[in-house]
Write a protein that binds this ligand. Structure first.
Ligand code: NAP
Length: 290
C-alpha cells in the first residue's frame, strides 16, 4: 500500500439523520483554514436506519476518509460496528467518533470530554453534587463526565420516564434516580444542574419558552448548564442569568467535543476561542436560533 502524498486532502465528516443543522463542518473548516492543513470535513446524511448507516460508514472508509463524527440517531450503532473502543466509550455505551485505522474502526466518545472541559473552563469551585435532568442519549455522557472526569461525589438524575433514569443510575456508582416531580426540590442540594432534555429546544411544535426546572430553590452560586444549543440562550439559561446564577451553554460542549476528531483526522490542534464562538453564533443567528 502506498502512503498518501503529504499534500493529498485529508477527509472526514459527520454522519447523522438529519445532519444539515450540524455546526461541526463549520468548526472543523475554521480550524483547517487557521492551521493551513488540507482537510475537508463534510456532512453526510445516512438513510435507511442502522443498516444504511453501516453502509455509509463502510463506503467512507473505502473512499479513504480518516474518520467521522456520528450524531443522532446513530451513536449506539456507531459503537456496535466498531472493532475497538476506549474504556470510557464502552462505559458510556455510545460513540460520537469513528476513526478508520489499519487495524479496524475505533470508537470514541468526545461528548463527555467536551462537557467536562467546558465545566473546567467555567472556573467553578469544586463540584460535589449534581442534578442531571434527562436520561436520553446525551445524559449517559454527561453522567460519565460528572462522575469520572470531574469527580462529582453525588449525582442525581430526574427523568420524565422514571425507568430510564433508574437504568442510567444503575450503570454508574454514586448515582441516584428520583421522580421527575421531585426535581425542583432536589435543585436545592446541587452545586451544578445540567439540562440534557430537549425541553426548550427549537423543534416542530415545541415551545422554546419551556424550562425543565424551577430555579427558585437553587442556592446562590449553583452552576446552571444547558446542553441544548438551538436556541443558544434557552429560557432555562435566561432564567438562571436573571437570578444571578453562573451558566454554561451548549456551545461550550459542542465546540470542545470536536477537538479530538480534528487532532486525529486533520493532524492539527484546534483552538476554542472567542473567534470560533462568534462564527458558531453567526451560523445559529442566520437560522434564527440565537
Ligand atoms: P434524546 O435521547 O431524545 O433524549 C431526550 C430527553 O429529553 C429524554 O430524557 C426525554 O425524556 C426528555 N424529554 C423530551 N421531551 C420532554 C418533555 N416534554 N418533558 C420532559 N422530558 C422530556 O436526546 P439527546 O440526544 O439526549 O439530546 C437532548 C438535547 O441535547 C438535544 O437538544 C440535543 O441537541 C442536545 N445535545 C447537545 C450536545 C452538545 O454538544 N451541546 C450534544 C448532544 C446533544 P423521556 O425519557 O421521558 O422521553
Amino acid at each position: 500500500m502506498t502512503a498518501p502524498r503529504p499534500s493529498s486532502p485529508r477527509l472526514a465528516g459527520v454522519v447523522g439523520a438529519p445532519v444539515g443543522h450540524s455546526l461541526s463542518p463549520l468548526i472543523h473548516t475554521t480550524w483547517a483554514r487557521r492551521a493551513g492543513v488540507p482537510f475537508h470535513y463534510i456532512p453526510i446524511e445516512a438513510e435507511g436506519g442502522d443498516v444504511g448507516f453501516k453502509r455509509v460508514v463502510e463506503g467512507l472508509r473505502t473512499a479513504g476518509f480518516r474518520g467521522v463524527n456520528v450524531t443522532l440517531p446513530f451513536k449506539e450503532a456507531a459503537l456496535a460496528l466498531a472493532e475497538d473502543a476506549s474504556a470510557a466509550t464502552a462505559a458510556i455505551g455510545a460513540a460520537n467518533m469513528l476513526t478508520f485505522t489499519q487495524d479496524g474502526v475505533i470508537a470514541d466518545n468526545s461528548d463527555a470530554d467536551g462537557f467536562a472541559d467546558g465545566l473546567r473552563e467555567t472556573g467553578a469551585a469544586p463540584l460535589r453534587s449534581a442534578l442531571v435532568l434527562g436520561a436520553g442519549g446525551s445524559a449517559r455522557a454527561i453522567v460519565y463526565a460528572l462522575r469520572s472526569l470531574i469527580g462529582v461525589e453525588n449525582v442525581v438524575i430526574a427523568n420524565r420516564t422514571r425507568a430510564r433514569a433508574g437504568a442510567l443510575a444503575s450503570s454508574f456508582g454514586g448515582v441516584q434516580a428520583i421522580d421527575w416531580a421531585d426535581r425542583d426540590a432536589s435543585a436545592a442540594d446541587a452545586d451544578v444542574v445540567v439540562n440534557t432534555t430537549s425541553i426548550g429546544m427549537a423543534r416542530d411544535g415545541a415551545s422554546t419558552d419551556a424550562t425543565p426546572l424551577r430555579l427558585d430553590r437553587a442556592r446562590a452560586g449553583t452552576l446552571v448548564c444547558d446542553i441544548v444549543y438551538a436556541p443558544l440562550e434557552t429560557a432555562f439559561l435566561r432564567e438562571a442569568r436573571a437570578r444571578g446564577l453562573p451558566t454554561m451553554d451548549g456551545l461550550e460542549m459542542l465546540m470542545r467535543q470536536a477537538l479530538p476528531g480534528f487532532r486525529a483526522w486533520a493532524g492539527g490542534e484546534g483552538v476554542v476561542d472567542q473567534e470560533l464562538r462568534a462564527s458558531c453564533e453567526a451560523a445559529l443567528s442566520a437560522r434564527g436560533a440565537l
